[in-house]
Design a protein around this ligand. Structure first.
Ligand SMILES: [Zn+2]
Length: 119
């Protein structure tokens, strides 16, 4: 490893001299970087779970109301995130078959239909 090359810390931007494979000026900067990265990952994960839970709530209320289909635009107005699914595959009818936990439905560009709990 080449020693003594001046580099810029990826965390604080300060110049430091050290091994060429070092990217942080100090252990503190390295820890700060890793902590921020972890907290961003946790936030992304928690937002994904929140979106799934919100979708589940909306889908459950549709089932409870006896509605088997709904427009994506009106659903998105009440917080439905059409991209938040626990799994997705091509259904027999050619539409995307989406799953939100135990609830299954088909999706087109404009609506979801066939909303039901998997038995
Ligand atoms: Zn630094």
């Amino acid at each position: 490893m080449e020693e003594g090359k001046e580099q810029v810390c990826r965390e604080c931007g300060r110049r430091f001299t050290g091994r060429t494979d070092k990217v942080y000026c100090s252990r503190e900067c390295k820890n700060r970087h890793n902590n921020r990265k972890r907290s961003l990952e946790e936030r992304a994960r928690s937002e994904a779970i929140k979106a799934l839970d919100r979708n589940h709530e909306i889908l459950s209320s549709l089932i409870a109301a006896g509605a088997a289909s709904a427009g994506i635009e009106e659903l998105s107005r009440i917080g439905f995130d059409a991209d938040a699914v626990t799994s997705q595959r091509k259904g027999r009818c050619g539409h995307s078959e989406c799953r939100c936990y135990e609830i299954v439905y088909y999706r087109t560009d404009v609506k979801i239909f066939g909303i039901r709990r998997q038995d």
